[in-house]
Design a protein around this ligand. Structure first.
Ligand SMILES: CC(C)(COP(=O)(O)OP(=O)(O)OC[C@H]1O[C@@H](n2cnc3c(N)ncnc32)[C@H](O)[C@@H]1OP(=O)(O)O)[C@@H](O)C(=O)NCCC(=O)NCCS
Length: 222
């Protein structure tokens, strides 16, 4: 049987996607490559980027991490620990730091991953799944859609078919509640969380026009 697929950026500088308009960018040149002032399509009165609220570009991506995307296991093979197995195999055989830390030599002729781990930009329901796989939330790095009269968002419904407001949608994914609780101090100290952006995430999560778009999650090789 084939293993679960995941797209892994060889370079820590690669970002696979950025809003719906950009694919395969270099993070180091993103500020120059992306036109943050571009109009919203044919609509010259509004800006495309007014549809989104995300972390400032200079810290949008954590430095030492490889972007991953399209991490998916076929439905019939889920919960058989294929993902955990694959992540453990990547960590054991492809992470330079992990190999060094365990004094092992490289047993293949492919690229090693020189970074600290993986970084994922995930849809809201993915966070709980990724946490089961030892990923952790990058605190304060959430992105939101911002609704405008010229840019309405698709209606959202809960499992019973009741329409949800943006605020109720945010609540259903733990916002703002998760940031009203104390974060574990060790986790926060060691990583590139955006702690000073948490008040902004709290504000957005309570804004009737803002709907959670993405979490950021990370996975450490060591
Ligand atoms: C998320 C996904 C990749 C996990 O793959 P998987 O091979 O089923 O995961 P594993 O079997 O290795 O599970 C590891 C742990 O996560 C748990 N888990 C797996 N899928 C879960 C889910 N959908 N919800 C809650 N827990 C889940 C497992 O029970 C297991 O926990 P355990 O170690 O306590 O038993 C798979 O469910 C999937 O393809 N989902 C759809 C796409 C997706 O959401 N991708 C993630 C974002 S890119």
């Amino acid at each position: 049987m084939r293993g679960p697929p995941v797209l892994v950026a060889c370079s820590k500088d690669t970002i696979f996607f950025f809003t719906g308009r950009y694919n395969n960018l270099r993070y180091s040149t993103l500020a120059e490559t992306v036109d943050f002032d571009q109009p919203d399509g044919e609509d010259r009165d509004h800006k495309w980027f007014a549809r989104f609220a995300f972390p400032e570009i200079h810290r949008f991506k954590p430095k030492g991490y490889h972007h991953i995307a399209n991490f998916v296991v076929a439905k019939e093979h889920r919960k058989a620990h294929l993902s955990s197995l694959m992540l453990a195999a990547i960590r054991t055989h492809y992470s330079r730091d992990h190999l060094r830390a365990h004094g092992r030599s490289v047993g293949h002729a492919q690229h090693l991953l020189c970074g600290r781990g993986f970084w994922q930009i995930g849809d809201p329901p993915w966070l709980a799944r990724m946490e089961h796989l030892d990923f952790f939330l990058r605190r304060g790095a959430e992105s939101f859609f911002i609704e405008h009269d010229w840019a309405p968002l698709a209606k959202i419904y809960d499992a019973t078919g009741t329409e949800l407001t943006n605020v109720a949608f945010n609540v259903s994914y733990g916002l703002p509640a998760r940031y009203l609780e104390q974060a574990p101090a060790t986790l926060v100290a060691e990583h590139e969380h955006l702690l000073d952006r948490i008040p902004e995430v709290l504000r957005l999560s309570r804004d009737p026009r803002a709907k959670l778009q993405y979490f950021q999650a990370m996975f450490d090789f060591l």
